[in-house]
Design a protein around this ligand. Sequence first.
Ligand SMILES: Nc1nc2c(c(=O)[nH]1)N[C@H]1C(S)=C(S)[C@@H](COP(=O)(O)OP(=O)(O)OC[C@H]3O[C@@H](n4cnc5c(=O)[nH]c(N)nc54)[C@H](O)[C@@H]3O)O[C@H]1N2
Ligand SMILES: Nc1nc2c(c(=O)[nH]1)N[C@H]1C(S)=C(S)[C@@H](COP(=O)(O)OP(=O)(O)OC[C@H]3O[C@@H](n4cnc5c(=O)[nH]c(N)nc54)[C@H](O)[C@@H]3O)O[C@H]1N2
Ligand code: SF4
Ligand SMILES: [Mo]
Length: 743
Amino acid sequence: MSRTALRICPLCEATCGLTLTIEGTRVTGARGDREDVFSKGFICPKGASFGAVDSDPDRLRTPLVRRDGELREATWAEAFDAVAAGLRPVVEEHGSDSVGVVLGNPNVHTVAGALYPPVLLAGLRTRSLFTASTVDQMPKHVSSGLLFGDANAIPVPDLDHTSHLLLIGANPLESNGSLCTAPDFPGRLRALKARGGHLTVVDPRRTRTAKLADRHLAIRPGTDALLLAAMVHTLFAEDLADLAHLAPHVQDLDELRVAMGEFTPEAVAEACDLDADVIRTLARELAAAPTAAVYARIGSCTVAHGTLASWLVDVLNILTGNLDRPGGALFPQAATDRTPRPAGPGRGFALGRWHSRVRRLAEAKGELPLSALAEEIDTATGEGEPIRALIVVAANPVLSAPDGNRLDKALGSLDFMVSVDPYLNETSRHADVVLPPPPPSQSPHHDFAFNTLAVRNQVRYTRPAVPLEPGRMAESEILARLVLAATGMHGADPAAVDALVIDQTLGKAVTEPHSPVHGRDPRELAGQLTGESGPERRLDMMLRLGPYGDGFGARPEGLSLARLLAHPHGIDLGPLRPRLPQPLKTRSGKVELLPAPIAADLPRLGEALRERPAELVLVGRRHLRSNNSWMHNVPALTGGSNRCTLHIHPVDAARLGVRDGADVRVKGAGGEVVAPAEVTDAVRPGVVSLPHGWGHDRPGTRLGHASTAPGVNVNQLLDGSLLDPLSGNAVLNGVPVQLAASL
Ligand SMILES: Nc1nc2c(c(=O)[nH]1)N[C@H]1C(S)=C(S)[C@@H](COP(=O)(O)OP(=O)(O)OC[C@H]3O[C@@H](n4cnc5c(=O)[nH]c(N)nc54)[C@H](O)[C@@H]3O)O[C@H]1N2
Ligand SMILES: Nc1nc2c(c(=O)[nH]1)N[C@H]1C(S)=C(S)[C@@H](COP(=O)(O)OP(=O)(O)OC[C@H]3O[C@@H](n4cnc5c(=O)[nH]c(N)nc54)[C@H](O)[C@@H]3O)O[C@H]1N2
Ligand code: SF4
Ligand SMILES: [Mo]
């Protein structure tokens, strides 16, 4: 007997609603939920393989605890005893900064990952926080922090209504979109073209997205900030800048004009390898389009001028009057956002409030660069204590961060490490305790993060499709118990963690004059919360306090968990709407167009005009059936064209004597790897491409399928020294490499 259940897909940022077929307790099929208010039936090959991802036999079923050097199966009680015994002495003897926390990408795809890491960090009070953000989108957080005063205020292109999209360093036809949650991104781009809209793609590779475009510009990697600066220059030079409705909310326009002075199209053309007239045309088109949006992702962030490029994207949207208007780029408003406070000056955004110990790298958004994790463990300096213990939640930095070999060694030298991870992989193999979360079918789902980045305001929640199998623990309970074990409260009831958050949140809300619960009794409000678990009660609280909430009765027609559960396919909250000036939290209360840290970084961009480009540089790529480092163990998602090969242009291949299919040795500052060449003119000359997340050949892992075709770790080519200085983001694209045909 089979049944069906709804489950939002956690496998990428598109958040598609799926209808799962379930036989017994096993997911045997997945199709798109046609009634889903947002995804309307869309599904991709990864979502269609939900069952295979969910039931991978290599997923761990019980905790592992290291005894006599070996990881052995253990009970949950033994595992948490070991966590408390491993972490507390380190905190007590060496201080909280000597305990590092590493948070990986899947935390933004789970309910537990949204709700508990903040409590862990607040309780542990460590400054040694590292996340996947500094190998990804930290430049965007920093530019938003500086421009808008809020690192999480990220404008999203109004895909469904724009008439002109300039898409830079993103390949949503394979990635399904990022910092722009849009189920069926490909269909939405086709719809843009069908309604007469225009699409330009800037990418050194002729990607599937580029093939769909009206114009593809194969820019030289790492030079987008120059291109964008020259577009800004053109808008000023040709008097095309028109802030329109934004004028009252923006400051520093004249200062910006002066700061852009040297970045003429002619000045940047050679560095970018683009025609100066084409650059002018891009700027003119953007200004002339009835509505337009500039949108940029990985290829513009994980580069040496990542923050400047991210900033210039929004500057262009502002100067063309496209920020905060339908068809342009808008700030979404999610159902679990905090109650919007009245517009007005805020606290602003500060960078570098503390620094890393070894290289003195600045913190950004409370985080240190993931590129510095290895040295913060393996290097003693005069100042402060090295990291001696590590809490890793849903992260595989041995593959995802620069110089995996060094990090691999550093992890082996820790006094104690705990990983919350379903796999024994390249990183978790070093843990003393591995705490495996249940598979997605046994977990609830709500997109706390991605609804704040979605092209349409909507809200959806799915309960676990299958009950927890015996011996399993919900990830929320795992993380709550981890919080207790790490903060000296080992053994307390994990429900206390949720109760504490609820008390604090409601206690604060009742004091805020703009809150719908101002002046009420927090205990009475807490008593009204519904839900079967701590996380559900917290979701209920956030929904009810939020911008669409019922305000605990103040707005009876508003949202609550009960209301959401009555709409299993979700509730549509309408298209993105203008919100300025409310989201601004700068000290001036305005959009600060030329923030001081940005102005101070511009001379470095000027120097890039005079740098000689490297002969050969490396860029990454994603395959539709991949997901960073952790899906190579699913046979249905590997093989075919999803292989770890080095793409190289025929001209370079001929020059360097590289034959299609033959092994080639790639050398970078951090080491070398050998991968088979795939000669293709889809990459521009002077550029080679390797995907990331491969290199599954280390001993002591349990990745049966992945280890049969391990691939190589592209990040071994990096030594971790190349960073975007403002954000601390690793430079992963546009990295100089050398090739030699391998013997
Ligand atoms: N060269 C290069 N390097 C890159 C990139 C690139 O483009 N080029 N991309 C970067 C980007 S954008 C990112 S986001 C990072 C990702 O870097 P990471 O976050 O370190 O890596 P992931 O491969 O996403 O792996 C996350 C871990 O989470 C585990 N996991 C999966 N599901 C769950 C779950 O439900 N709960 C828990 N607790 N764990 C789970 C997986 O087993 C895996 O160990 O990699 C970055 N690295
Ligand atoms: N199938 C699949 N989907 C995924 C993931 C995955 O691993 N596989 N990972 C998820 C994650 S964590 C993220 S962050 C998103 C990322 O989503 P996207 O940002 O769309 O990521 P990519 O597909 O890597 O596209 C980046 C593009 O930038 C180009 N590029 C490289 N260097 C430069 C440059 O200097 N300038 C310009 N203009 N372009 C450049 C590359 O050629 C590549 O085509 O994808 C998510 N979705
Ligand atoms: S596009 Fe992303 S969210 Fe949608 S089915 Fe595919 S992997 Fe899942
Ligand atoms: Mo990412």
